[in-house]
Design a binder for this molecule. Structure first.
Ligand SMILES: Nc1nc2c(c(=O)[nH]1)N(C=O)[C@@H](CNc1ccc(C(=O)N[C@@H](CCC(=O)O)C(=O)O)cc1)CN2
Ligand SMILES: Nc1ncnc2c1ncn2[C@@H]1O[C@H](COP(=O)(O)OP(=O)(O)OP(=O)(O)O)[C@@H](O)[C@H]1O
Length: 276
C-alpha cells in the first residue's frame, strides 16, 4: 500500500528557482487571442477585479469537473489512446531530450500519461527517439511551490497527500536516492495537465498556482541562461476545450503553445505553428 510521506530535501537535486516577488504577464497573447478579462501589462488589477476573476475561475472549474465526471468510460479510454498516440508519434516529442510531464491521476479525471511515461522511461526505440530525461512534479508546500525531479523508473514514485504519485527524493531510511538527479538543465518540452483550455492558449489549472509559478520561474531562468523557450503542450479531453474567451485569466496565467486533443494537435503560438 502506498502511503503519503513528508520529505525533506537537503541538496540541489532538483529544479529550483528563487522565489519571485513580482507577477508580470507570462507571454504576450497570440494575435488571435481575445481575453475575456484583459491582461494588463502595466497596471495591476484591483483586489475586487481579481476576486471576481477567481470567482469566475471557480465556476468554470466546477462545470468542467462535472462534465469530466459524466464522460463515458469507453470514450475516455478512446480519447486517452488517441491523445497519447498523437504525442508519441509527434516529431517534437521524439526529438525532445529534457521533458517535464505530469503523472496522471485517475481520481482527478486527467488525461492518461502512463503510455507516454513508460515510453520515455523504456527508451527502447532509440533509433527514432532522442535519449530523454524525464522530470515530474513534486509539490514542495501549499504556497504554489513545486519542483521537478528527475526519475528513471516508475518505482521511484509514491503517492502524496493529494493521492498523486510523486518521486520520493529520499528512501524509507531518509537517504537521498541516487536516481533523483541534480538538474539545472534546459527542458525542451512540458506536458501539462489542466482542467480547461481554449484554442488561444489559455489554460485553467486546479487553482494551486503550481504550474503558473513554476513556468514563470523556469522561463525567467531560461532567459538568464540563454536556453531556448520550451514548448508547453497541454493534454485535453474534448469536454475540457472551451470556447475562445470563456476562460478567465489574470496576468500570472502562463499561455500554452499547443493543445493535444483526441482529434490531434492544435498548435497555438507562432513557434508551435512553425514546429507542428
Ligand atoms: N497529475 C498532476 N500532478 C500535479 C498537478 C496536477 O494538476 N496533476 N499539479 C498541478 O497543480 C500539482 C499539484 N496540484 C494539485 C492541486 C489541486 C489538486 C486537487 O486535488 N484539486 C481538487 C480540488 C481541491 C479543492 O478544491 O479543495 C480537484 O481539482 O478536484 C491536486 C493537485 C503538481 N502535480
Ligand atoms: N507566477 C506566480 N507567482 C506567484 N503567484 C502566482 C503565480 N502564478 C499564479 N500565482 C497564484 O496562484 C494562485 C492560483 O492561481 P490560478 O487560479 O491562476 O491557478 P491555476 O492556473 O488554476 O493553477 P496551476 O498554475 O497550478 O495550474 C493565485 O493566487 C495566483 O495569484
Amino acid at each position: 500500500m502506498i502511503g503519503a510521506r513528508v520529505f525533506s530535501i537537503t541538496r540541489t537535486s532538483i529544479f529550483f528557482f528563487p522565489r519571485i516577488l513580482t507577477r508580470p504577464v507570462s507571454r504576450s497573447q497570440s494575435a488571435t487571442a481575445r481575453p475575456v478579462v484583459a491582461m494588463s501589462t502595466t497596471t495591476s488589477k484591483s483586489q475586487e477585479e481579481l476576486d471576481s476573476i477567481f470567482k469566475q475561475k471557480k465556476i468554470v472549474r466546477s462545470t468542467v469537473r462535472k462534465s469530466l465526471k459524466a464522460l463515458d468510460p469507453s470514450l475516455r479510454i478512446q480519447q486517452d489512446d488517441a491523445i497519447q498516440s498523437t504525442v508519441l508519434e509527434a516529431p517534437w516529442f521524439k526529438s525532445s531530450q529534457g521533458l517535464c510531464a505530469y503523472i496522471s491521476c485517475k481520481s482527478l479525471n486527467e488525461v492518461d500519461t502512463s503510455k507516454i511515461l513508460s515510453k520515455i522511461l523504456q527508451q527502447s526505440d532509440s533509433d527514432t527517439m532522442a535519449r530523454k530525461k524525464l522530470y515530474v512534479p513534486w509539490v514542495e508546500d501549499k504556497n504554489s511551490n513545486m519542483r521537478m525531479l528527475h526519475i528513471s523508473h516508475m518505482d521511484d514514485l509514491i503517492a502524496n497527500s493529494m493521492n498523486i504519485l510523486e518521486p520520493a527524493p529520499v528512501d524509507a531510511q531518509g537517504n537521498e536516492r541516487e536516481d533523483v538527479l541534480q538538474a539545472d538543465e534546459p527542458i525542451d518540452l512540458f506536458i501539462l495537465p489542466g482542467l480547461a483550455f481554449d484554442r488561444c492558449g489559455r489554460r485553467l489549472g486546479r487553482g494551486g498556482g503550481y504550474y503558473d509559478t513554476f513556468l514563470k520561474r523556469y522561463q525567467d531562468r531560461a532567459k538568464e541562461k540563454g536556453w531556448s523557450n520550451p514548448l508547453k503542450v497541454a493534454l485535453s479531453y474534448s469536454p475540457q476545450i472551451l470556447e475562445d474567451g470563456s476562460i478567465p485569466v489574470t496576468a500570472t496565467d502562463v499561455l500554452i503553445d499547443a493543445l493535444v486533443t483526441p482529434s490531434g494537435v492544435v498548435p497555438i503560438s507562432p513557434r508551435a505553428i512553425e514546429r507542428m
